[in-house]
Design a protein around this ligand. Structure first.
Ligand code: B12
Length: 322
């Protein structure tokens, strides 16, 4: 067969994933039930993406690519790089192109698709797709390739993609509401006073929610006193404060000093600062009352910490992987 190794020829199991059926169903369809397939020299079936999509359309099967028409093949390749090679370059250039051409809803849909993939962790998507994509958006704006309105649209598109995965937007889990005794760990997550960047803290909010935490989210530019008040009012086990540049070590130290004044041993909690604004000079020493104080630059390191140290120490049931 001609060009069977082209990037747009799918294996039987890739076709099955796309069409939401078992690979044996794809084989049956390919063996005389209307799905055209080529064979490799080794005898393996290969199905051209377009063929699979028009077959799906004929049978009324919706695929994850349906909302992206006419860019199905671009999205297919971008998702394949992301899922199989942890390479998000195609995702980012596709999203940037859509932004420039005025299709922010497609950007939201693309990131939603990434976030919903069971084979990618949310931390991976935040650190390797969302963070570098927004950095590219910032660079494109500085170079004059994007207008400020488009930068705002990019932020909005990403925030919308993330918020879809907040449990408040899902149906209540009946088992959870019926079973009042099992207390979920509680966190307060927001961005530091004076910091209007919201996406980093939103990543951490959704990540913790996925791990089974109950999260109170005051948003960006949250006064330090507000973090303290919310922690006490909600009995939070963890307070996470996001900082972006140009936040400095001095800002973090000031926040720690203030939180120390408000700290009550009757309401113990761990304190975490995170984001591209954390700096090693902010390393805190001395006798601090918090259960712990940590700094993280990435969502991945934070997730490992939450799962390996915090989860075990607090005695909460083992949480599912984010
Ligand atoms: C979008 C954006 C904005 C938007 C924010 C919109 C919104 N609703 O959030 C708006 C337009 C409001 C904005 C404003 C400003 N911005 Co701005 N902004 C950006 C941009 C392009 C993207 C930031 C972003 O969302 N990144 C995506 C998230 C996911 O990345 P992240 O925050 O780093 O989070 C990741 C990690 O750090 C970590 N993380 C983050 N938080 C936390 C928290 C915890 C607890 C943990 C564990 C981990 C963690 O996990 C995340 C996933 O990997 C960056 C460019 C860049 N290179 O980052 C500039 C950037 C951050 N902004 C910058 C500047 C200068 C400003 C302004 C001062 C501009 C101005 N002159 O008005 C103001 C500041 C306002 C303020 N006081 O905060 C500079 C900072 C430079 C510096 N060194 O000082 C940057 C770097 C752009 C640049 N190169 O000039 N900005």
């Amino acid at each position: 067969m001609q060009g069977y190794n082209s990037e747009l020829f799918l294996t039987t199991s890739e076709t099955a994933d796309l069409l939401g059926v078992h690979p044996s169903t794809v084989k049956r369809w390919a063996d005389g039930e209307g799905l055209d397939a080529d064979k490799t020299l080794g005898g393996h079936r290969r199905i051209y993406l377009r063929t699979a999509l028009s077959f799906a359309e004929d049978r009324g099967i919706d695929t994850f690519l349906t909302p992206f028409a006419p860019f199905e093949s671009h999205v297919w390749l971008a998702m394949r790089d992301a899922v199989h090679h942890e390479d998000f370059q195609r995702v980012r250039s596709l999203a940037l192109g859509w932004l420039i051409r005025g299709y922010p809803r497609r950007v939201t849909a693309l990131f939603q698709e990434l976030i919903s993939r069971p084979d990618l962790s949310l931390a991976q998507v935040c650190d390797h797709a969302i963070q570098p994509f927004m950095a590219e958006v910032g660079a494109a704006w500085r170079e004059g390739r994007l207008r400020i309105g488009e930068e705002h649209m990019a932020s909005q598109a990403i925030l919308e993609a993330l918020i879809q995965f907040s449990p408040r937007n899902r149906l209540e889990d009946p088992e959870e509401s019926a079973n009042g005794q099992r207390r979920r760990p509680v966190a307060v997550v927001g961005a530091m006073e004076g910091d209007h960047h919201q996406i980093g803290s939103m990543c951490i909010r959704v990540l913790l929610e996925r791990l089974g935490w109950q999260v109170f989210y005051p948003g960006s530019n949250t006064p330090t006193e507000e973090f303290a008040a919310l922690q006490r009012a909600r009995g939070a086990d963890l307070v996470c404060i996001s900082t972006s540049p140009p936040a400095t070590g001095a800002n973090i130290r000031r926040a720690v000093e203030l939180l120390r004044e408000y700290y009550r041993p009757s309401h113990p909690y761990a304190l975490v600062f995170g984001g591209s604004g954390v700096r090693s000079e902010a390393v805190l020493s001395g006798d601090l009352p918090f259960r712990s104080v940590d700094l993280f630059e990435s969502a991945r390191d934070f997730t490992d910490w939450v799962q390996n140290i915090w989860g075990a120490e607090s005695g909460h049931p083992r949480m599912e992987s984010a």
